[in-house]
Design a protein around this ligand. Structure first.
Ligand SMILES: *[C@@H]1O[C@H](CO)[C@@H](O)[C@H](O)[C@H]1NC(C)=O
Ligand SMILES: *[C@@H]1O[C@H](CO)[C@@H](O)[C@H](O)[C@H]1NC(C)=O
Ligand SMILES: *[C@@H]1O[C@H](CO)[C@@H](O)[C@H](O)[C@H]1NC(C)=O
Ligand SMILES: *[C@@H]1O[C@H](CO)[C@@H](O)[C@H](O)[C@H]1NC(C)=O
Ligand SMILES: *[C@@H]1O[C@H](CO)[C@@H](O)[C@H](O)[C@H]1NC(C)=O
Length: 244
């Protein structure tokens, strides 16, 4: 994954908004949307709403870190020093989900199957299970944490849990084999989050909130594609690709 990913996905999200309007006006294939598929569609509907919600929450939380006096000084300092050194990738490369390969170009998206999208979504969400638990625990123990940030973290953890449950239900319906392999993705920033000095702790929060937001945007896009592919088939590949 390179630095262009976040921007690429934002473009995709925009073009997908256009697509969903188009697709909504197309007649549904009744035989494909028959009885047996109803609950899978419901699961995708709920997962879509939840993933949009949780992405927004993670954006709000990162904004709050930037504006709140609790963290604003270190967050601004970190951002400007990264810009000065042109080292934005340094933060991206710290994300523990980096080994999960995600499509970055039009062509790569077309080569990404329904199962691949599901695999990515499942692995990414599962990789955040422990870190989010630790985030809430550590924030609760950290001096001076504002209520607004703590409650955002708690809401993200709670909604992530529900979203992961939806995805697990989908996985067990569609391809239980995806569940089998244990993942080796390790989040190793707990020490930094527990550090005695404030600057290290806030830097850990900087990286955490950055990676979380990027990953949730990716998950939102994957869930969008999954739902579209399930409902409408291969047309999703033609329309969803950004034109660059
Ligand atoms: C509807 O689904 C059936 C069975 O999957 C398929 O044969 C048919 O071509 C589809 N119709 C449209 C309009 O997509
Ligand atoms: C989707 O969410 C609604 C509202 O929370 C809930 O009533 C429904 O049972 C959910 N559907 C599935 C398939 O989990
Ligand atoms: C979306 O997030 C807000 C804020 O936490 C919450 O109140 C709301 O219930 C969430 N919606 C869903 C569908 O989970
Ligand atoms: C902002 O935080 C600093 C410590 O980081 C503290 O000294 C200062 O009093 C705070 N200002 C306000 C307005 O809370
Ligand atoms: C899911 O992705 C992982 C990592 O890319 C891969 O090792 C695994 O085989 C995939 N699972 C399936 C069932 O495709």
């Amino acid at each position: 994954m390179v630095n262009a990913t976040a921007g690429t996905l934002l473009m995709l999200l925009v073009s997908n908004l256009l697509l969903s309007e188009k697709v909504a006006s197309m007649p549904m294939n009744v035989s494909e949307a028959g009885r047996s598929e109803v609950s899978l569609k419901d699961l995708f509907d709920n997962a879509t709403i939840l993933s949009e919600n949780i992405t927004k929450l993670s954006t709000d939380m990162r904004m709050e870190f930037f504006y709140n006096n609790f963290s604003s000084r270190i967050f601004s300092k970190t951002l400007s020093s990264l810009h000065k050194k042109m080292r934005l990738n340094d933060v991206f490369d710290k994300c523990h989900t980096l080994p999960i390969k995600t499509p970055e170009t039009k062509a790569e998206i077309r080569e990404t199957s329904f199962e691949d999208f599901l695999n990515m979504t499942f692995r990414t969400l599962r990789a955040w299970e422990d870190p989010l638990k630790h985030l809430v625990t550590e924030l609760s123990a950290m001096p001076g944490v504002p209520d607004v940030i703590l409650s955002q973290a708690k809401a993200i953890e709670a909604q992530h849990k529900i979203l992961l449950e939806y995805i697990m239900k989908i996985v067990s319906k569609v391809n239980p084999a995806l569940q089998e392999k244990e993942d080796s993705l390790v989040w190793s920033d707990l020490d930094l989050l527990q550090a005695a000095d404030e600057e290290s702790r806030l830097f850990a929060l900087y990286v955490f909130s950055y990676c979380l937001r990027v990953d949730l945007q990716i998950v939102e896009f994957c869930i969008y594609m999954l739902r579209c592919l399930h409902m409408h088939g291969k047309i999703c590949y033609i329309e969803s690709a950004p034109s660059f």
